[in-house]
Design a binder for this molecule. Structure first.
Ligand SMILES: Nc1ncnc2c1ncn2[C@@H]1O[C@H](COP(=O)(O)OP(=O)(O)OP(=O)(O)O)[C@@H](O)[C@H]1O
Ligand SMILES: [Mg+2]
Length: 285
């Protein structure tokens, strides 16, 4: 599978008389991890649904590998083979009797043979750590397991781009770790992951690129820049990640040659680097 890019260009979308997106631009380069943030109701899900082809922009366009999406049957079928959206609530997505049948639904619907479907389903279950639960009734799964089953259904379509709407919301800390282990395995299979989240710490630690939806538009950039802009964060009802807060309080500045200030490892490295020479210079005894 090769990487493909996805782009929203001046996307406008509203529901009846509720304007939501008012010229949103978002560029997703293949192989880049993108975190999409923003206040409740800002339009993250709406933007993901536009990117997935589920909603057609009222103005502007969505481009896959720089080719505009077309909204006829064939165009959408092509788009959905490449771009899959997983909704926040797994119960909006799972409907078959057991996990294997649910994950099989998409590939069978594409017209793939039972042999190829079985191979894709086995791979998807393995990637999401669900092999032992394949024959379980969906309603007997925990919430975190149902979230992974919903993602497995999308992964079985072998998309180049996977759009995940709040995949870690409601998961316990071990569940979040399992989710990220699964996302890392997906990346190794060349799947580009975009995820919507309210978790600024997670966005800083994980993403290569951060996009904040605000007043119908998107502000996109390096997470360390975007998540350090107090005005932007306040307007988007977000707080500064604790790593950047701590770095500011102890006077650590960005340094291209040092560990990036993205997570506890980065900040620990920088603090060690700052203090070790001082200790080394202490007079002996
Ligand atoms: N199907 C719909 N019909 C009418 N209005 C809708 C519909 N879906 C969303 N909206 C409205 O569009 C706006 C944006 O909603 P959206 O779900 O995209 O926001 P969000 O950023 O994903 O929010 P959250 O963080 O709560 O998930 C909100 O005002 C919401 O009430
Ligand atoms: Mg949402």
């Amino acid at each position: 599978m090769s990487h493909q890019s996805l782009r929203a260009e001046g996307v406008v979308f509203g529901y009846d008389d509720i304007p939501v997106l008012a010229g949103a631009d978002l560029a997703i380069a293949g192989g880049t991890r993108i975190a999409l943030l923003g206040a409740n109701g800002s339009g993250k899900t709406t933007l993901l649904r536009c990117l997935s082809g589920a909603l057609e922009p009222q103005a502007g366009r969505v481009l896959l590998d720089e080719k505009p999406v077309t909204y006829g049957r064939r165009g959408l079928r092509h788009h959905r083979q490449n771009v899959q959206l997983v909704l926040q609530d797994p119960d909006d997505q799972l409907f078959s009797a057991d996990v294997r049948r649910d994950v099989s639904f998409g590939p069978l619907n594409l017209g793939l043979s039972t042999v190829e479907t079985a191979e894709r389903v086995d791979d998807a279950l393995d990637l999401l750590g669900l092999t032992d639960l394949a024959d379980r009734p969906v309603h007997q799964l925990s919430y975190g397991q149902r979230k992974r089953a919903a993602i497995a259904g999308a992964v079985a379509m072998r998309p180049c781009l996977l759009l995940l709407d709040e995949p870690t919301a409601g998961l316990d800390p071990a569940g979040v770790d399992e989710m990220f282990a699964a996302l890392t395995r997906l990346e190794e299979h060349d799947t580009t992951v975009v995820l919507a989240t309210h978790d600024v710490d997670l966005a800083l630690a994980w993403a290569h690129d951060c996009a904040i939806v605000l007043e119908g538009r998107v502000v996109q950039g390096d997470p360390v820049d975007v998540l350090d802009r107090g005005d932007l964060l306040a307007a988007a009802r977000l707080r500064r990640p604790w790593v950047l807060d701590l770095a500011a309080r102890v006077g650590l500045t960005r340094d291209a040659d040092a560990a990036p200030l993205r997570d506890i490892d980065g900040i620990a490295d920088r603090l060690r680097g700052r203090h070790t020479p001082a200790h080394d210079n202490q007079p002996a005894g």
